[in-house]
Design a protein around this ligand. Structure first.
Ligand code: UDP
Length: 462
């Protein structure tokens, strides 16, 4: 039998690369040979961060998705995904077939969830595959239920809906792709992912979550085997053996040269509000202005990530924000930061986040209370879990007429999280509890570590 060699194929988004690369590194630490495949653009941007400390058994391969200089705002997203698929299928086949002619053929494919087509390639070349699910198990459950008996109920959901093994959901908690107002083609993207899984008997899904966090959700779909292997965070932050391992190692955005850590060092314990909307979302300028207003009204120190492209005007326009100078007086604005370093900093008080799943997992690992400000995809469901299931924070509410979350609401939610009231105490205590459980899960005898070993054993790895 050939030694285990896992090919990890990843969509070139920051939220995909971070957990996939962590999984790859964990597998390498367990003695597995891993090849990591992503696009030329992502690899070029990651290169500086990964070459030096990459373990020997981790090899990177890149493929051209047709956008080697990255996706531009004027590019057509649908066409981008189609070209990614056509080029990706060919590249993947070539990599697997080439490896079969060498000493170490690929024995398993792990693909991140916008690469559903990768599973079909694996089947064609007779290599087992597993999906790496980088959203909560609960979201996969909702998708599954939607296409397996509950679609009508979810479509009709005007008040609340009870799905098996999940908390009571309102319309505001449903993943955006399933909302009737979302174009049909997005539901088809979800369906494609499930169809690929349904083509297998008991398909394996590695989930960036852990048993204690999503006990029921991880067991909700009998037809699939959901395996909690998270949080997929560098081991140095989880009290692992290698305490120097403190970076994802795959930033595709330029690191901020700004001295934000020194700035954090100068702030009292638990005093800073960290604001970030992840690596993709672009907020309307009116919304940015309201966030600015909320932060100014709080008057607390804040660190706000505003990416270069994160505004709906040009750079000059950006600078013309009202209150811009005032903002820079009490807070710090950076283009990008090491979010892990920021969230683990003692001065951190709360995290105003769009609830991308990596950001949520990171808030859990560092025990940081959350002000949830969901935008798209799975984020409304993630916000529901934060507020009502794990109870580590509060969700903002938008003005139904304008569709904007007003500064006043943002200020109130931040204050409720940062003050000394009963609620903020409860959220802080819960955040600490989950922090402990997340670390336990990744420990040597923890559930996620054992689950990953089980996965490898099932692949025939001894
Ligand atoms: N991130 C970072 N620095 C930033 C903003 C984000 O390192 O300034 C990282 C963050 O730690 C997370 C990822 O980028 O791992 C964003 O993933 P998430 O799922 O939270 O959101 P997405 O970008 O996919 O919407």
């Amino acid at each position: 039998m050939n030694p285990t060699h896992i090919l990890v194929a990843t969509f070139p988004g920051q939220g995909h690369i971070n957990p996939s690369l962590q999984l790859a590194k964990r597998l390498v630490k367990m003695g597995i040979e891993v090849t990591f495949m992503t696009s030329v653009f992502a690899r070029k941007r990651m290169a500086n961060a990964t070459t030096e400390d990459s373990p020997k058994r981790l090899t990177f391969v890149e493929f051209s998705d047709g956008y080697d200089d990255g996706l531009k705002p004027c590019d057509d997203g649908k066409r981008y995904m189609e070209e990614m698929k056509t080029n990706g299928i060919e590249a993947l086949k070539n990599i697997i077939l080439a490896s079969s002619k060498r000493d170490h053929p690929v024995t398993c494919l792990v693909y991140s969830h916008l690469f559903a087509w990768a599973a079909e390639v694996a089947r064609e070349v007779h290599v087992p595959s597993a999906l790496l699910w980088i959203e909560p198990a609960a979201v996969l459950d909702i998708y599954y239920y939607y296409f397996n008996g509950y679609g009508g109920d979810i479509d009709k959901c005007s008040n609340e809906i009870q799905l098996p093994k999940l908390p009571l959901l309102s319309k505001n908690d449903i993943p955006i792709f399933l909302l009737p107002s979302t174009p049909e083609r997005f539901r088809l993207v979800v369906k494609e992912k499930l169809d690929v899984l349904d083509a297998e008997t008991k398909p394996k899904v590695l989930v960036n979550s852990f048993d204690e966090l999503e006990k029921d959700a991880l067991r909700a779909i009998e037809k699939y085997e959901l395996i909690g292997v998270g949080p997929l965070i560098p081991s140095g932050f989880l009290g692992g053996e290698d305490l120097s391992d403190k970076s994802y190692g795959g930033d595709i955005f330029k690191l901020s040269e700004n001295n934000y850590i020194e700035w954090l060092d100068s702030k009292p314990e638990s005093s800073v509000v960290y604001v970030s909307f992840g690596s993709m979302f672009v907020l309307p300028k009116t919304q940015m202005e309201q966030i600015a207003k909320g932060l100014l009204d709080c008057g607390r120190p804040f660190l706000w990530v505003i990416r270069e492209n994160e505004h709906d005007g040009n750079n000059e326009d950006d600078q013309k924000w009202s209150h811009f100078e005032e903002l820079e007086r009490i807070g710090k604005i950076v283009r990008w930061c090491s979010q892990l370093e920021v969230l683990s900093h003692p001065s951190l008080g709360c995290f105003l986040t769009h609830c991308g799943w990596n950001s949520v997992m990171e808030s859990i690992v560092f025990g940081v209370p959350v002000v949830a400000f969901p935008q798209g995809f799975d984020q409304p469901t993630n916000a529901k879990l934060i507020e009502d299931v794990w109870k580590t924070g509060i969700r903002v509410h938008k003005n139904e007429d304008s569709g904007i979350v007003e500064g006043d609401e943002i200020m109130k939610c931040i204050e409720k999280t940062m003050d000394d009231g009963e609620k903020s105490q409860e959220w802080r205590n819960n955040a600490n509890k989950w922090k402990g459980l997340a670390r336990e899960a990744m420990g040597e005898n923890g559930s996620s570590n054992k689950n990953l070993m089980y996965f490898l054993k099932e692949l025939g790895h001894v």
